[in-house]
Structures are given as structure tokens and as C-alpha cells.
Design a protein around this ligand. Structure first.
Ligand code: DGI
Ligand code: FE
Ligand code: FE
Length: 188
């Protein structure tokens, strides 16, 4: 596999500077969450680094991959916000040569969450939301909750993201609803 240094170089050329810096902050937050949850810090580091690898790919790349890999056709009704994780994990697998299924799933689910999320998927989902460059109202509360209990953090983000999507008349990807039903409703 590629070393961290090699991954960093590949990310630097795939991403604009501001996105690359976001990725480094997500890595740091993922390592912090790994420490708090007795989880493997190297896995957290790699998951954080590669989660947005596909963020700047053209739409055509995603559309071609959805067809080539026979992914759910419903994906075609969405755009980069959903594709860069739900489809982008395939580019991480093929181009960054990462075969670890936990890492690939963490990338796949980092935007929408999922009904079932491993500890690593929860860590990357929360690290992306809480990295030290994030400034949305409530981010400090979200950090406190998540540092205290990772799963409570997942519920917090899931609820607030769904509220944001609805308030702004945005389309809700079905998996986002599944995440809400599991992590906010069923976990009460
Ligand atoms: O890639 P990042 O900007 O670092 O963060 P992200 O991958 O969590 O993407 C966040 C964006 O994704 C945010 O603008 C909300 C959007 N999003 C999350 N769930 C859904 C969604 N957009 C749509 N249309 N539908 C969803 O279900
Ligand atoms: Fe993302
Ligand atoms: Fe991100």
C-alpha cells in the first residue's frame, strides 16, 4: 500500500489547496476521535485523509462509474454532494489502491451516514463535521457532545443535516433518511 507521504502527494494533486487543508484537519480530528474511543489511529488517519479524494472529479467520471459498476440508477438523480462519497470510494479503491473495506465504507458513507456504521465510519463522519475549520452555529456544542459519546455525535449531525436539507428545499438521499431512522429515532 501507499505510505502516508505518498497518499499526501496524491491528494495534493487531486485537490485544490483549501480542500487539501480541510483533509489534513479531518485527519487530525479523526485521530483525536480514535484516541478517545480506543480505536486504531492509523486507520483513522487514512480514512480522514482519503474521504474527499473524489470531491473535484467532473460529473462525467461519476456518471461513467455508476454505469460501469452497475450502481443504483437512483444515484443519477443526485450530484457531486452525494457522488463524491457514494461513488468516490471506488476511485479511492482503484487509484489510491486501498482495499481495506472499513476504510472504503467510511469514505462511502461519510456524507450521508448509513443505518449500520462501523466505529471507523462514525469517526470519519464526525471528523468531517467537526474539524477545526468548521464554524457553523452549534459546532462547539456538537464537539462537546461527540467527544463525550461518539454515537450521540452521529445522532446530532444526522438530525441537524436533515433539518438543514429540509429548511433549504434540498433533495434528501434515501440513505440519509435510513441514517436518521436508525441513529435518531431508533436509538432514543
Ligand atoms: O465534502 P464536505 O464538504 O467536506 O462534506 P460532506 O461530504 O459531508 O458534504 C456535505 C454536503 O452534503 C452538505 O452541503 C450537505 C450535503 N448532503 C448531505 N446529505 C445530503 C446532502 N445533499 C443532498 N442533496 N441530499 C442529502 O441527503
Ligand atoms: Fe465530503
Ligand atoms: Fe470533507
Amino acid at each position: 500500500p501507499y505510505s502516508r507521504k505518498e497518499l499526501i502527494n496524491k491528494l495534493k494533486s487531486a485537490l485544490k489547496q483549501s480542500r487539501f487543508e480541510h483533509v489534513l484537519r479531518v485527519e487530525q480530528m479523526a485521530i483525536k476521535l480514535a484516541k478517545l474511543n480506543n480505536f486504531d489511529e492509523e486507520m483513522a488517519s487514512i480514512g480522514g485523509l482519503v474521504h474527499d479524494y473524489a470531491k473535484q472529479r467532473p460529473d462525467e467520471d461519476f456518471i461513467a462509474a455508476i454505469k460501469k459498476y452497475h450502481l443504483n440508477e437512483n444515484l443519477l438523480n443526485y450530484g457531486n454532494a452525494i457522488w463524491h462519497g457514494a461513488v468516490g470510494y471506488l476511485f479511492v479503491q482503484n487509484e489510491l489502491r486501498i482495499s481495506n473495506v472499513e476504510i472504503l465504507n467510511a469514505v462511502k458513507y461519510h456524507t450521508t451516514g448509513s443505518k449500520y456504521m462501523s466505529t471507523l465510519s462514525q469517526i470519519v463522519y464526525m471528523a468531517d463535521y467537526l474539524e477545526m475549520g468548521r464554524e457553523f452555529p452549534g459546532v462547539d456544542e456538537a464537539r462537546t457532545i461527540t467527544f463525550n459519546n461518539l454515537q450521540d455525535g452521529v445522532a446530532y449531525q444526522t438530525k441537524h443535516t436533515l433539518e438543514y436539507l429540509i429548511s433549504n428545499n434540498k433533495s434528501v438521499y434515501p440513505k440519509t433518511i435510513d441514517t436518521y431512522n436508525q441513529w435518531v429515532v431508533n436509538s432514543k
